[in-house]
Design a protein around this ligand. Structure first.
Ligand SMILES: NC(=O)c1ccc[n+]([C@@H]2O[C@H](COP(=O)([O-])OP(=O)(O)OC[C@H]3O[C@@H](n4cnc5c(N)ncnc54)[C@H](OP(=O)(O)O)[C@@H]3O)[C@@H](O)[C@H]2O)c1
Length: 254
């Protein structure tokens, strides 16, 4: 029987790359994002697979619950959950719109947490399943000028690593993908394209493939790219005030 993967943020960037990777391996797909036309367009390209599209704004409270209810009503069993949808914003905390920042928390943290909470029990029951949570190298240090974004990704990494330990007597795996700057729509949405941190952005297909392979092999955390790996390692040893200063520096203009 074919397995089913649920991917949030499936319409562009890393999410769309994941869609292609799962499709290539013969998975049925449940695709979640806001843009219904784009979701339908993607569905049409995979005629050999069962593709379910759920158009949902996951930055709205209870949206994740509605996604789960739709899955349940359709009788879909999720073998792989990819919590990928997310966005960032460049700017000082007190100068950015508070409601946009709260939407970011709802999407990057709350919906990811809820979907994991709803889908995990059945995976545990079956003693099989994979969860891939997309964090960021932002998870490793405080991020002045993207303070809330960095904090959301620290949450994702912390939650995911804790779940790995809670699940160590089961075959369910949780993998955290920590990309650095990657060429997707993220840069323009977050307004970071002109910053130093985006001067060496990686290709999205390469980043997604690394994440996909890490998830398939049940790896705990994957940081993509040599420079990003070095940065993540550095952040472990640098005092937090210095790594925050460095993060502020790279958030500045090229
Ligand atoms: N690109 C980078 O440099 C980078 C680096 C580190 C981590 N990441 C992380 O990678 C993940 C994927 O981002 P990306 O780089 O692929 O960016 P992207 O190209 O902007 O893709 C974001 C995806 O999320 C969906 N999405 C956005 N807001 C949503 C909402 N409110 N409800 C439901 N879906 C929503 C978008 O589709 P719709 O517009 O159709 O809703 C789109 O499919 C994010 O979690 C991001 O934080 C990215």
């Amino acid at each position: 029987m074919k397995k089913t993967a649920l991917i949030t943020g499936a319409t562009s960037g890393l999410g769309y790359e994941f869609v292609k990777l799962f499709a290539n391996d013969g998975y049925n797909l449940v695709l979640v994002a806001r843009n219904e036309n784009k979701l339908e367009e993607i569905k049409q390209t995979f005629t050999n697979l069962e593709v379910t599209v759920i158009a949902k704004d996951l930055s709205v409270p209870r949206a994740a619950n509605e996604v789960f209810r739709e899955i349940e009503e359709k009788g879909l069993d999720i073998d792989v959950l990819v919590n990928n949808a997310g966005f960032g914003l460049l700017g000082k905390f007190d100068e950015l719109d508070i409601y946009k920042q709260l939407e970011m928390i709802q999407l990057n943290i709350t919906s990811l947490t809820e979907l994991t909470y709803y889908i995990l029990p059945k995976m545990k029951e079956r003693n099989s399943g994979k969860i891939l949570n997309v964090a960021s190298t932002a998870a490793f240090q405080p991020g002045p000028l993207m303070a809330v974004y960095y904090a959301t990704k620290a949450f994702v990494l912390s939650l995911s690593e804790a779940l790995v330990e809670e699940l160590n007597d089961s075959k369910v795996t949780v993998t955290t993908l920590c990309p650095g700057a990657t060429k997707t729509n993220f840069g323009s949405v977050a307004n970071v394209e002109g910053t130093k941190m985006f001067s060496k952005a990686m290709e999205s297909d390469k980043v997604a493939k690394k994440g996909y392979e890490a998830m398939m092999s049940g790896k705990r955390v994957i940081v993509t790219g040599g420079l990003n790996k070095a940065g993540a390692l550095g952040a472990k040893f640098l005092p937090r005030n210095l790594s925050a200063k460095l993060a502020k520096y790279v958030a500045g203009e090229k």
